[in-house]
Design a protein around this ligand. Structure first.
Ligand code: SAH
Length: 250
């Protein structure tokens, strides 16, 4: 897995390359990262990477040429003949766990981070294969969005998480039928008068599993009913799940 990131702020990427689970996986060479600065692909003394928008309006727009040259250089460094070029953009397809899984199953990608008002459309038309948004809000730049997708992808790679199971138990994961995760508890057994739910202390594996499943169903029905409908459509809810959901309704 290799990511080539195009960014005016390469220093930001230490946060995903050096720290925590993704940092450890990087040191273990389970994934590679190279950041390319469009400024290094300019030819004027001011190393200009942006200019005012045609048609007027506030802000600046990133120039097509330095971006295109940066993408070309990154492409040369990669093994694939035609690498995916992902532009981070609020107007892109909404990123979610299934996109993370698609990325984790592939060789990685070139990820382009916009700044200012965005990037010249002709760069998008010529070079970009996918546009991804991490949600309906606007960041000052694509870097945090790129790190979000890199982090969520890398943690799905085989061997990156310590216990093989820990990704399987997360929210949205297939084994959870795409539902939300259940609540977690650790020591002490009683905290400020609140006890850990009894089934978790029982040591009875089937009861624990059932309790967790029901908590997932309950939380998802409350907060994300859309995910319940999706799981049902995909045939991922058991008869016991449906019975529990009916009981919640009453
Ligand atoms: N004018 C643009 C926003 C520009 S924000 C618009 O209204 O659509 C500057 C850059 O931040 C964008 O080019 C993009 O790379 C990044 N960005 C901002 N919000 C994002 C989001 N929700 N998802 C992904 N990238 C985002």
């Amino acid at each position: 897995m290799r990511f080539d990131v195009i960014s005016l702020f390469p220093d930001m990427f230490g946060a995903v390359r050096d720290v925590g689970v993704t940092g450890r996986a990087h040191r273990q060479q389970r994934w590679q990262l190279q950041v390319w600065n469009p400024r290094d692909f300019t030819h004027d003394v001011h190393r200009t990477v942006d200019d005012r928008p045609y048609g007027g309006g506030p802000g600046m727009v990133m120039l097509a040429e330095p971006l295109e040259h940066a993408v070309a250089a990154a492409g040369q460094a990669r093994a694939e003949a035609t690498p995916s070029v992902i532009l981070m953009s609020p107007t892109g397809r909404r990123f979610d766990q299934s996109v993370a899984q698609e990325l984790a199953d592939g060789p990685g990608a070139i990820v382009v981070c916009g700044r200012y008002e965005g990037v010249d459309q002709r760069f998008i038309d010529r070079c970009v294969t996918h546009e991804l948004s991490i949600g309906d809000f606007v960041l000052s730049g694509g870097e945090l969005a790129a790190m979000a997708i890199i982090d969520s992808t890398v943690r799905l790679l085989p061997g990156v998480l310590n216990t093989a199971d820990s990704a399987l138990q997360d929210s949205f994961h297939e084994t959870l039928a795409g539902l939300l995760d259940s609540p977690h508890y650790t020591r002490p057994e009683e905290y400020q008068g609140e006890r850990v739910p009894e089934p978790l202390l029982s040591g009875h594996h089937a009861n624990i599993e059932r309790w967790r499943r029901e908590q997932s169903l309950k939380l998802t029905a409350q907060r994300r009913p859309d995910l319940i409908l999706k799981a049902r459509e995909q045939g991922r809810l058991s008869a016991a799940d449906e019975k529990f959901l009916q009981m919640l309704d009453r």
